[in-house]
Design a protein around this ligand. Structure first.
Ligand SMILES: CC(C)(COP(=O)(O)OP(=O)(O)OC[C@H]1O[C@@H](n2cnc3c(N)ncnc32)[C@H](O)[C@@H]1OP(=O)(O)O)[C@@H](O)C(=O)NCCC(=O)NCCS
Length: 325
């Protein structure tokens, strides 16, 4: 028995923040941002629009597309590093919003790897019989942890949400293999230092802007390329797939140069690699979820296509997954 994604959904906020808008906010240029990251614009959520609101919209679309009665859902797993609150979990808020009254709910915190981690956990739950209809959501309001005066980070991130619904299947398609890994030794290279139990919120922590993302971009870049290739190869080997078998690699949408480096080293053709970061920026955990739903909606992926998901994020965490669509 396998688990299979039976439907997907996504949500992007209306408001568009372009590179020219950023030129008015920090010392940067449209040209620099495009050349160094491949990003042209990103979406920014409204002030009264929290991560659970966006996650609910994405999950609602997935439920509708999958023709699933909310009462049939028995688990909600939400990947996010920008939860509405410390607790209750964002998954519990989505469970309430959508009337998923027979579901348990929990959040997964694995930064940009969150969606692939959550899918792999959902796959295990299904295989163990712990749940049979699972809503996996990834939602991020990165704009709330972005320092809008720091040009090295504020150009990168955007808001949005994606969702996928998993069910068991006896067909010979679905999730073929997955791989999750972490190395906490490099946690300080990508971190929001304050707001937790280590540095609780204080006047001082706010003054020092310690509630925003701090990142060593160059270090993250190098490890991200290495680890996304490594995870892809591990899941491809386990699933018995060669490069030529891959219809689409959906890598975490962090930087076009990272994606290009991965594609080149994996010897993938341009049309085998999905890119949408030009319009969304880096939406952390939501990035692969939005991409998968978009590729599904546009019919870029068809029944029985082989797909590889590859993610990397703070922690450090990284993960890969091979699926037959
Ligand atoms: C952040 C990132 C785009 C920076 O690109 P880079 O090529 O590594 O650039 P550097 O940090 O080496 O900076 C190069 C120069 O550009 C400058 N610079 C940085 N941000 C800039 C901006 N927005 N506009 C203009 N110049 C900028 C730097 O100050 C530096 O100037 P200097 O040479 O005078 O010191 C890139 O490192 C990256 O994408 N890293 C991965 C980040 C990521 O994916 N994070 C999430 C992981 S899930």
């Amino acid at each position: 028995m396998k688990s299979r994604i039976i439907s997907t959904g996504y949500y992007l906020p209306q408001k568009v923040l372009t590179n020219s808008d950023l030129e008015q906010m920090v010392d940067t240029t449209d040209k620099w941002i495009k050349q160094r990251t491949g990003i042209y614009e990103r979406r920014i959520a409204e002030q009264d629009e929290a991560s659970s609101d966006m996650g609910s919209r994405a999950a609602e679309m997935a439920l509708k597309r999958g023709n699933i009665d909310p009462k049939e859902v028995d688990a909600v797993i939400c990947a996010t590093i920008t939860p509405d609150h410390f607790f209750p979990s964002t998954a519990a808020l989505i469970q309430k919003d959508l009337g998923l009254s027979n579901a348990f709910a929990l959040d997964v915190s694995a930064a940009c790897s969150g969606f692939v981690y959550a899918l792999a956990l959902a796959d295990s739950l299904i295989k163990s019989g712990g749940a049979s209809t699972i809503v996996v959501v990834a939602t991020e309001k990165m704009s709330t942890i972005t320092d809008w005066t720091d040009r090295s980070t504020c150009i990168l991130f955007g808001d949005g949400a994606g969702a996928a619904i998993l069910r068991p299947t006896d067909e010979n398609r679905g999730i073929l293999s997955s791989h999750m890994m972490a190395d906490g030794n490099m946690g300080d290279l990508l971190i929001v230092p304050a707001g937790g139990s280590r540095i609780p919120a204080s006047t001082e922590s706010v003054k020092q802007k310690s509630h925003f993302i701090k990142m060593s971009g160059n270090e993250v870049f190098k490890v991200a390329v290495r680890k996304m290739i490594e995870s892809s190869h591990i899941v491809m080997k386990e699933a018995g797939l060669a490069t030529s078998d891959i219809r689409l690699l959906i890598p975490h949408q962090a930087n076009l140069r990272i994606i290009d480096a991965i594609s080149k080293r994996m010897r993938l053709e341009k049309d085998q690699v999905y890119v949408n970061l030009d319009r969304t920026g880096n939406t952390s955990a939501a990035s692969i979820a939005i991409s998968l739903a978009d590729a599904d909606e546009k019919k870029i992926i068809q029944k029985n296509d082989n797909i590889i998901l590859a993610s990397f994020g703070g922690g450090f965490t990284w993960a890969g997954m091979a699926l037959k669509w």
